[in-house]
Write a new protein. Structure first.
Lengths: 320, 305, 691
């Protein structure tokens, strides 16, 4: 029985794959739109059926007519609900990574066709739906959360686009594979020694950086020289503008190393490294990364953090 | 009219060898009142190109080497108390030039970059609460090392939009390199070049560029290119309306350089790469040039339905 | 899911308006407490919406529900059956509004509202009610659109427009269903109007009953003639006959020795001998017409002379009247052929003679009885006796009045010799008595006489006040012959109708506003128009029955079978749906190509057909260059074409479009002629060079 269920699911997935192949841009048309009544739709039809029976039994043509009108309205609602989804173009947009076990976000751009599309609900499998309405020819951008289960690049699965507008009696929907992927950083795992080479001492020096630079001499000011380096004392003495010259300071740098976490399983290593990247970033340290399949030059700042996390997320995937 | 431009171009070509296309683009960029971003490794002749352009168009030329510890005032200028006259005197920064070469602009901090880009956009500088207009014409040629180099602050996307074009010179071809090696230092040539066009004449020509005709069919083509860049999913973010205006402006200038008073789709196709290179990011993560080519090939020149 | 499960604020105006519109007709009609409770509940809900009052809890709602059920029991004596059921439904629906907070409640409330709205048709079926219900349904559906539009702050009119549009689109489909969905006989017998009074004639008549009917202006039936309309004096619409007199009341009855099957003949049933003889004797019909009857709650049908109907549920009785199998609970129409023919051949068996001459045993009305016996004895025959009697009615001081004095024990004696003021039932009753007293078989016929011709639809409108009774007597050799003693007293009644007849005696049938308005010409014309519309409504909508459907469809489908009907339904419905879908999807048209763009397409298509590899992104110059390499002979015209095309498409405004158009076409044809003997260089390398 279980196996039968699985086979059916596989067949369904394969059929979907053929019918709506993955693409970063999908325009919904009749081949891609499914439609089925909602519970309220069935209730509505039940009322129409009751009125029909009433009309027959009481020989009341107006009751019959009313029940036919309800059925016709239901049929017209099929067209409207279908049209509300038809012509919508979905484009895969940007990506906001998140930590494994938490949520990331993927952008989907919803573009309207020749008419307005109201109350579209979009969601990735197992995630929260968002609602959007698009005016004709306009575009709306939606960031939809995705649940990230494990580290690395994660397929978003099929996006479910659904609408019940205008009457809520029918639901038309599509399952679209936007070929969208979300990056999952390793889940930070606190604790342990900082797996770094370069030493605490070097890191400590970062804060008094300017003092370590060696003064080399003065030269006359050239437009474009930093005003911070102008020798204001000599200017005040009337010797004109001069610029102080320093030699390049030797910088302390910290290398976070995969190798320094022996006896820990690989995923946990990434998690530890991730924790330390975040810690060092918060402390404003300059750090680099050395992993089995790549490394990152030491630096600091948000950009460095992004890069570090990305490398940690993709490491071990065979060159992401 | 275009003969003078033609003369200017050939004069620059005699100094910067084997880069005719880039020189034309640079000139077109200037004629379109746009700023130019050159992305290249050091030593490719960026400075020579800028210097030569300045000479040929008889423009007041300054060069600023950007570093990480530069402050906005280093570019814009500063009021300094003069002990002799006992007054504050404005020391105009290097930005007060007709052609500013901002070398390695991605080495400066975002704040300093922001000051320069704001001046580029507004064509004026506000110092001590007083707005001072920048000279006319005003061009910035900024150079940038490829981002792979450490210790740089890549320009944010919103600010890259302020440059009309991004080009790169690239390594010279074998013949050019031979000529280069056998000849004397070309940079000296730049400083001895004689002006071909006065800056007033240049202003006149720029005026004419604005009058180059873009037909409804052509504008429709440009619009479809923009729309496709947004819809196709080729790029992370599609081209902005500002990019569209820039594309049309650049195409007009290119047509003008080619000696025409109307724009053809070829003009658009030629400038599309340089105009969009720094504005869009291929969603595949690859080079934007490939995606630009894909964009070009996906959009029919003549409307089909 | 991040769905909002609350009812959006902007949906409330239509929700409340829809609820009010749905229950309004029932408030009009239902018990008084309903008309108080429903507006109070809806007002309460509005105040909740405004934030003035809090949502009531279960402790309040449950007792309210019990109270409503109690009140329904009190008003109707039951909670079952249509009347009580609808009362309870409306009240419960208003209560549901009170607890409506979540989206689910709103859905249920809206679907209930449409049901409540539909039940109005159980009680009222005129075109205006139908129009009202249509409008109300638009509002109810607007509420449904509203709760499905989560955008806040949108104009509620947008929802009304959407709902109106959808209902307009649904109308053609509804029409198709209405015409094509097979009508079925009732699944089980349900009577909605048990408590509703039966209207029109009843199966017995005592003095004063017909005159009461004559004060009503309600419509009895309408008749559409196929051919000429008979003159007023011949418009005797026979409905039923009264054969039994108990001294005061005439009733319909069958002598105990007669079996129902012998007396009443239905299609597909056994055919009695009298019916066979009638069929054999009939010639060409004198009148062919269609009667559209309003609801009466009774079985009697009305027709002229000797009627035959083709409808399955209509039978013919031995006393020559049409009867329906079941009571007429909704508009009913039937086709009739009437024959003016003597019915002597039907014969008058002994049991019938006895029955039609019977009088109450204990010697009531002695004076009238005596006079009848005397006169008959002195008369030469039945005919002479009858003539003398009619003459007597005509010449004595008899008055025609709607307000006759009350009669005591011996009704006939009192009327004939004392009061002498009466309405048709008095004249017919005493006339029939006098015949029977003289031994002549006689019966009273009840029905309508006359009718107003509506020139708009050329149909006859028969109202309740046209109700009339007259007498039939059996004359040897002639059979049943009609006699109308009222006509002897007041001939105007027969020729010009009740009003004119009463006017002669200074009376009016209709009092109050209705009577006053009848004299106003504009009102008269408007009422004619209204009657015309109502007749059409009754004929085409209310009276569209299984039989009409079969007749109508057999014209289109030939033989009507269920399969054919379903196929026709699917085909017509499908075509309408498809047309609407196409209309909806392609309402926005793309801009058309201009002529040079079409010219460009022709050129590229021509080159592609000849094997030139072209891509759409190539500019005209690139196209020309590639094509020239394939067809060097066409090089020059290709270049000219390109220059011409670029001039048109990209240069400044062109001054002579027609000249350029011709030129461009000419150049394309020139190119076409030069596309000969392609020299295959090496297309592949060429292409690479291009790229």
């Amino acid at each position: 029985m279980k196996r039968f269920g699985r086979t059916a699911r596989q067949l369904w997935q394969r059929w979907l794959q053929r019918r709506i192949p993955p693409s970063r841009k999908v325009t919904l048309d009749q081949r891609r739109i499914f439609i089925f009544p909602t519970g309220y739709g069935f209730l509505f039809l039940l009322i129409a059926a009751l009125l029909f029976i009433g009309g027959i039994n009481y020989e009341n043509n107006l009751l019959l007519g009313f029940s036919f009108l309800l059925v016709s309205l239901f049929l017209i609602a099929i067209l409207h609900t279908f049209r509300n989804l038809a012509g919508v173009t979905l484009v895969a947009g940007g990506m906001r990574p998140g930590f494994a076990g938490a949520r990331g976000a993927l952008e989907v751009r919803v573009q309207g066709g020749a008419h307005a599309h109201r109350s579209l609900w979009l969601r990735w499998p197992g995630a929260v739906a968002e609602e959007v309405s698009v005016e004709p020819g306009q575009q709306q951008s939606l960031w939809l959360t995705v649940q990230l289960s494990r580290r690395g690049r994660q397929d978003s699965g099929r996006l479910r686009v659904e609408t019940r507008y205008p009457l809520g009696l029918l639901r038309s929907w599509s399952l679209v594979d936007l070929d969208h992927q979300c990056l999952a950083w390793p889940k930070p795992l606190p604790g342990g020694e900082c797996p770094a080479s370069g030493g605490e001492d070097d890191a400590g020096q970062q804060h008094q950086r300017g003092g370590n630079e060696e003064f080399e001499g003065l030269r006359s000011y050239v437009a474009g020289d930093s005003l911070r380096l102008v020798d204001w004392k000599s200017y005040a003495r009337g010797r004109g503008l001069n610029t102080k010259q320093f030699s390049d300071p030797a910088e302390g740098r910290l290398w976070l190393e995969w190798q320094r976490l022996p006896g820990v399983d690989p995923e946990s290593r990434y998690s530890r490294l991730c924790y330390w990247v975040l810690e060092l970033d918060r402390a404003g340290e300059r750090y680099g990364l050395i992993l089995p399949d790549g490394s990152l030059e030491p630096d600091l700042g948000p950009l460095q953090r992004e890069r570090a996390l990305e490398i940690l997320a993709l490491s071990g995937e065979g060159g992401g | 009219m275009s003969t003078t431009i033609g003369r200017a171009i050939s004069a620059v070509s005699s100094v910067v060898l084997g880069k005719d296309e880039q020189i034309r683009l640079a000139v077109a960029c200037m004629l379109a009142r746009g700023h130019l971003l050159i992305e290249d490794l050091p030593g490719m002749g960026k400075t020579t190109l800028a210097h030569a352009l300045a000479r040929v168009f008889s423009l007041d030329y300054r060069r600023v080497q950007f570093t990480s510890d530069m402050l906005p005032a280093d570019i814009l200028g500063v009021s300094i108390y003069d002990p002799d006259t006992r007054q504050f005197q404005l020391r105009q920064g290097p930005v007060f030039a007709q052609l500013l070469l901002a070398d390695e602009v991605n080495r400066a901090t975002p704040k300093t970059q922001g000051a320069l880009l704001e001046a580029m956009e507004e064509r004026q500088v506000t110092l001590d609460g007083v707005s001072r207009p920048l000279p006319e014409p005003f061009f910035v040629i900024a150079t940038q090392n490829p981002v792979t180099q450490a210790g740089t602050f890549p320009l944010p996307e919103s600010q890259l939009d302020r440059f009309l074009m991004r080009i790169s010179l690239g390594y010279p071809s074998a013949e050019t390199e031979l000529a280069l090696l056998s000849g004397s230092d070309r940079r000296d040539h730049a400083s001895t070049m004689k002006p071909e066009i006065s800056s007033a004449e240049l202003m006149q020509q720029m005026e004419l560029v604005g009058k180059v005709h873009a037909s409804a069919d052509l504008i429709d083509y440009v619009q479809r290119l923009l729309a496709h860049s947004r819809d196709s999913g080729l790029f992370v973010v599609g081209l902005s309306p500002r990019a569209g205006l820039g594309l049309l402006r650049a195409a007009r200038a290119w047509a003008f350089v080619a000696g025409r008073d109307y724009v053809t789709p070829e003009d658009v196709q030629v400038v599309l790469g340089p105009v969009t290179a720094h504005r869009i990011q291929a969603s595949t993560g690859g080079a934007s040039a490939t995606s630009t080519q894909q964009l070009l090939e996906a959009v029919p020149v003549v409307r089909r339905s | 899911m991040a769905r909002v499960y609350q009812v959006p604020r902007h949906a409330f105006p239509w929700l409340l308006a829809g609820a009010l519109l749905a229950s309004l007709p029932h408030l009009w009609r239902g018990p008084l407490w309903l008309a108080v409770v429903v507006p109070v509940l809806l007002g309460w809900r509005t105040l909740i919406q405004r934030g003035v009052l809090a949502m009531p809890g279960k402790l309040i709602r449950f007792p309210l529900l019990l109270a409503v059920i109690g009140a329904t029991l009190y008003s109707h004596g039951t909670v079952l059956g249509p009347e009580a059921g609808v009362t309870l439904l409306v009240a419960a629906f208003a209560l549901k509004m009170l607890e409506m907070f979540r989206l689910r409640d709103a859905y249920v409330a809206i679907i209930l509202a449409s049901f409540v709205l539909a039940t109005t048709f159980l009680f009222s079926r005129d075109p205006l009610t139908t129009l009202y219900i249509g409008v109300a349904l638009v509002v109810v559906m607007a509420a449904l659109v509203g709760i499905n539009d989560p955008e806040s702050g949108v104009s509620p009119w947008r929802h009304l427009r959407q709902s109106g549009l959808m209902i307009l689109q649904a109308l053609p489909l509804m029409l198709v269903f209405f015409v094509l969905v097979p009508r079925m006989p009732p699944l089980w017998n349900l009577q909605v109007n048990q408590q509703q009074a039966k209207t029109g004639m009843s199966d017995s008549m005592s003095p004063g009953e017909i005159s009461r009917l004559s004060r009503q202006s309600g419509i009895a039936f309408r008749v559409e003639f196929d051919g000429e309309v008979p003159p007023p004096a011949q418009r005797y619409w026979r409905g039923l006959t009264y054969g039994w007199f108990d001294g005061r009341r005439w009733s319909q009855a069958l002598p105990p020795e007669v079996r129902q099957q012998e007396y009443l003949r239905f299609p597909n049933g056994p055919s009695p001998e009298w019916y066979e003889r009638l069929l054999a004797e009939r010639g060409e019909p004198d009148w062919r017409y269609r009667v559209v009857m309003e609801r009466t709650g009774q079985q009697w049908l009305y027709a002229l002379s000797v009627p035959f109907s083709n409808r399955q549920e209509v039978g013919l009785a031995r006393d020559l009247r049409l009867v329906r199998r079941t009571d007429i609970e909704s508009t009913f129409d039937y086709q009739v052929d009437s024959y003016q023919m003597p019915v002597a051949h039907q014969g008058l068996p002994e049991w019938e003679r006895r029955f039609y001459t019977s009088l109450p045993q204990e010697g009531g009305n002695p004076r009238a009885t005596q006079m009848a016996k005397d006169w008959r004895a002195s008369a030469t025959g039945d005919g002479a006796y009858i003539t003398r009697l009619l003459l007597w009615f005509n010449q004595e001081e008899f008055y025609y009045t709607l307000e006759p004095p009350l009669l005591g024990e011996n009704t006939v004696d009192e009327f004939l010799f004392r009061t002498r003021r009466g309405f048709c039932e008095h004249y017919a009753s005493s006339f029939a008595f006098m015949l029977r007293a003289a031994g002549i078989p006689a019966r009273i016929v009840a029905g309508y006489q006359g009718g107003e011709l509506n020139p708009l639809g050329n149909h006859l409108l028969v109202r309740q006040y046209d109700a009339h009774v007259w007498v039939e007597a059996w004359l040897p050799g002639q059979g049943w012959v009609e006699f109308d003693p009222t006509g002897a007293v007041a001939p105007t009644r027969i020729e010009q109708g009740l009003d004119a007849a009463l006017a002669e005696y200074g009376e009016s049938a209709l009092t109050g506003l209705a009577g006053a308005l009848r004299g106003v010409p504009l009102f008269a014309r408007l009422s004619l128009l209204a009657d015309y519309i109502e007749f059409g409504w009754a004929k085409w909508v209310l009276g569209y029955s299984q039989q009409n459907q079969l007749e109508f469809l057999s014209r289109w489908l030939g033989k009507v079978t269920p399969q054919r009907m379903v196929m026709a339904l699917a085909a017509v419905g499908g075509v309408i749906m498809l047309a609407m879908l196409l209309w909806m999807l392609w309402r926005v048209r793309r801009p058309r190509l201009v002529w040079w763009q079409r010219e460009h397409r022709r050129m590229t298509q021509m080159l592609s057909r000849r094997g030139v590899p072209l891509a759409p992104h190539l500019t005209s110059a690139q196209i020309v260059q590639i094509a020239s390499e394939y067809f060097p002979a066409a090089g020059q015209p290709l270049q000219d074409w390109q220059r011409c095309y670029d001039t048109i498409a990209y240069r400044k405004e062109i001054t002579e479009p027609m000249v350029l158009r011709r030129q461009l076409r000419r150049l394309r044809r020139l190119v076409g002629r030069r596309l000969i003997r392609p020299i295959r260089l090496n297309p592949k390398t060429d292409l690479q060079r291009e790229a």
